[in-house]
Write a protein that binds this ligand. Structure first.
Ligand code: WTA
Length: 660
């Protein structure tokens, strides 16, 4: 662990933005006293607190009598004897309450076409697709992989799985056939839901072809059905018997399908994410605890009200799209915008134009998107947020990576016009929902800080032995008590779950987030200082350095590779690869040619998001005498920093000149 990388980080004197009196007055959590009361309730009676939230937020077929079972820690169980259905909670209960004509999703396609889908309509579509899945032999507990673009059909597929108790695993549409294959195999999928082509920025991407390639790679013979959503009508290869059109299946089915009641701990989904080994891990979430937190956090962090129009720009292939598109907003009966395209097409004013058009009140996006739009807006007033009517906005949110104070201020001033609180939400695939985030009607905001833990979340900063470090000193971010939406295990690898997230070094009881953090000594506010493991964060996407390294060394030209991150103004970090070829070290145009070949290779092996931006060739890598690659040295080289580290243990100091 690179604890000394974050130790001693000091907070500057930052500006503070308390909520306006008018905002606080209308907010559900209307001040720090209300926040503290909730925190005190959780401290006083942890199970009572969570039990109350669980009963209030969700509709249970069978109420739970146990809130938390710690007997198999760290395999904690929440609400375990309760029974419910996630799809019932997201759809039926709103329709039953007379809200069927309420708009659930305002879908804006890449080309600007808008479709409104009501709760009633969504429920019928989900029922039809759930019946179709059953007809294709999908049963409770089976795994279905969803490789879909941003689409209402993507939500339908996820909700339909939940309805019949099948466990979905959504694979981001930007992943390659090889990554898709690995996930299909690891999760043991029996069905795959995909799409002919995905439309982004005016371009079609052939998802079905990629899916065919993935299936042909073998190991996933259990996949008996490939269900294809027809988005563009583009040409696709067809395997009779295996491949079926989604619309044909749905037409043939009834729009009624009784929800399968499942135990609260029933696996709702598995989502693969990167860790510090070469293989991604299947983070498994359950039904009850996950859904509770996805809904509750929207009420707290976004002060959600029925009159709001919520828009989360994340993809359904990431956790943010699970918690804050496919489940949380629907569980509340919210109206949300869903967008198929990209923020820069047909121009960089697309987000602002859509906020204006759909009267979005709660907007949630990633710092990288903000930073790239700042540049483009400053260069062209036509795409500047100042040129749009953004008066519908109430709250702005960010997620996925640290937001630098300058980008925060621009977002606050130009998008929020200095009236909308900016909620910087820290959380992870593993946590299921927001963990450290402001309550917009209560928490005074400090740009660059995610502020305080949500009520019931016992966050702390500790040293490598698990002892609390004094405020103001950097350390490891941990969560001291289990919470309902925590991951339940790593699919098929419970030991990796236990060792990785509840390491013995820290006493085996603390959840280790994998991030460094500092807590301010005056305010108690948390600032996240970045990952402490070998995980990179590029444009808010999590990438494992080891995954990219294994992809590189799988190339026949490559003998050795080491991958590190390098800070970048727009994307947070970029991927930098140091590569040793089997042949001689290439130079000039030859080096550029091989670098491009390797980039394309990584794109094929993992997906375009993992392509190294910079590739440097050396005859060797900097290693200690015992053969360990000196990654910290590589990070300094990548950043162009002066080497201040001790290089006396370096076996081959001359290599620094080659790689620098
Ligand atoms: C980083 C995304 C700073 C962090 C929801 C975490 C953040 C990783 C923030 C999880 C934030 C997320 N400030 N860093 N507000 N939010 N991160 O699993 O390093 O894709 O561990 O979940 O993103 O990424 P993941």
């Amino acid at each position: 662990m690179l604890i000394d990388d974050v130790a001693g980080a000091v907070l500057r004197e930052p500006p503070i933005f308390p909520p306006s009196a008018a905002f606080s007055a209308q907010a559900a959590i209307s001040g720090m006293d209300a926040y503290r009361t909730l925190c005190a309730e959780a401290e006083r009676d942890y199970e009572g607190f969570w039990g109350r939230l669980g009963r209030d937020a969700l509709t249970w077929k069978k109420p739970f009598s146990t809130v938390l079972d710690e007997s198999r820690a760290p395999f904690y169980q929440w609400f375990k004897d309760g029974e419910l259905n996630a799809s019932y909670n997201c759809l039926d209960r709103h329709v039953e309450a007379g809200q069927g004509t309420r708009v659930a999703v305002i879908f804006e396609a890449d080309d600007g076409t808008v479709t409104n889908v009501t709760y009633q309509d969504l429920l019928q579509r989900v029922c039809r697709f759930a019946n179709a899945l059953k007809k294709r032999g999908v049963q409770k507990g089976d795994r279905v992989v969803i490789y879909m673009p941003m689409s209402v059909e993507g939500i339908v597929a996820m909700q339909a799985c939940a309805r019949i108790g099948a466990t979905h695993s959504v694979v981001f549409g930007g992943f390659s056939s090889k990554s898709l294959n690995e996930r299909l195999v690891n999760v043991g999928a029996i069905a795959l839901v995909t799409c002919d082509e995905q439309m982004r920025g005016g371009k079609a991407l052939p998802l079905k072809n990629i899916a065919d390639e993935a299936l042909a790679m073998g190991g996933c013979e259990a996949v008996k059905s490939v269900i294809v959503y027809r988005r563009t009508g583009g040409k696709v290869a067809w395997h009779d018997g295996r491949d079926v059109w989604m619309h044909e299946l749905m037409q043939a089915e009834s729009d009624q399908c009784a929800p399968a009641w499942v135990g609260a701990e029933h696996p709702l989904f598995i989502l693969y994410t990167s860790g510090s080994t070469g293989t991604p891990k299947g983070v498994q979430h359950c039904t009850g605890g996950f859904l509770l937190w996805a809904a509750q956090t929207l009420k707290w962090t976004f002060d959600w009200k029925p009159s709001d129009v919520f828009w989360c720009t994340a993809d359904i292939g990431w956790i943010t799209g699970h918690s804050y598109i496919a489940y949380g907003p629907l569980a509340l009966g919210a109206t949300q915008v869903m967008f198929e395209g990209v923020p820069t097409w047909p121009n960089a004013g697309r987000f602002w134009q859509m906020i204006e058009r759909h009267k979005v009140s709660l907007f949630y996006t990633a710092p990288t998107a903000i930073r790239s739009l700042i540049k483009l807006a400053e260069a062209d007033i036509k795409v500047h947020p100042d040129s749009f009517d953004l008066s519908s906005l109430r709250i702005l949110g960010t997620v996925g990576e640290p937001i630098n104070p300058a980008a925060w201020m621009w977002y606050y001033e130009h998008v929020g016009r200095a009236r909308c609180p900016v909620v910087d939400t820290w959380w992870q695939t593993e946590t299921g929902g927001h963990m450290i985030a402001p309550m917009p009607g209560a928490t005074p905001l400090v740009p660059g800080s995610c502020t305080l833990p949500l009520p019931g979340i016992m966050a702390a900063v500790v040293d490598e032995t698990g002892q609390d470090v004094p405020d103001g000193q950097g350390g490891l971010l941990v969560i001291k008590r289990p919470w309902p939406s925590m991951l339940r295990t790593v699919w098929g690898d419970p030991e990796r779950f236990r060792k990785g997230y509840f390491p013995d070094d820290l006493g085996g009881k603390l959840y280790l987030a994998g991030d460094g953090a500092v807590r301010d000594s005056e305010t108690g506010y948390f600032t996240i200082t970045g990952r402490i493991d070998d995980v990179l964060n590029v444009s808010g996407h999590r990438l494992g350095t080891m995954e990219i390294e294994s992809a590189l060394v799988a190339n026949p030209l490559v003998a050795e590779a080491a991958v590190v991150g390098c800070p970048d103004e727009t994307t947070g970090e970029i991927v930098v690869a140091f590569v040793v070829l089997k042949g001689p070290r290439p130079e000039g145009t030859e080096a550029e040619r091989i670098a491009n070949e390797l980039r394309a290779w990584v794109g094929k092996e993992i997906g375009p998001i993992a392509k190294p931006k910079v590739i440097r060739f050396g005859e060797n890598l900097p290693k200690t005498r015992s053969g360990k690659i000196m990654r910290r040295l590589l990070r300094s080289l990548a950043a162009g920093d002066e080497i201040t580290q001790d290089v006396s243990t370096l076996e081959n100091p001359a290599i620094l000149d080659q790689l620098g």
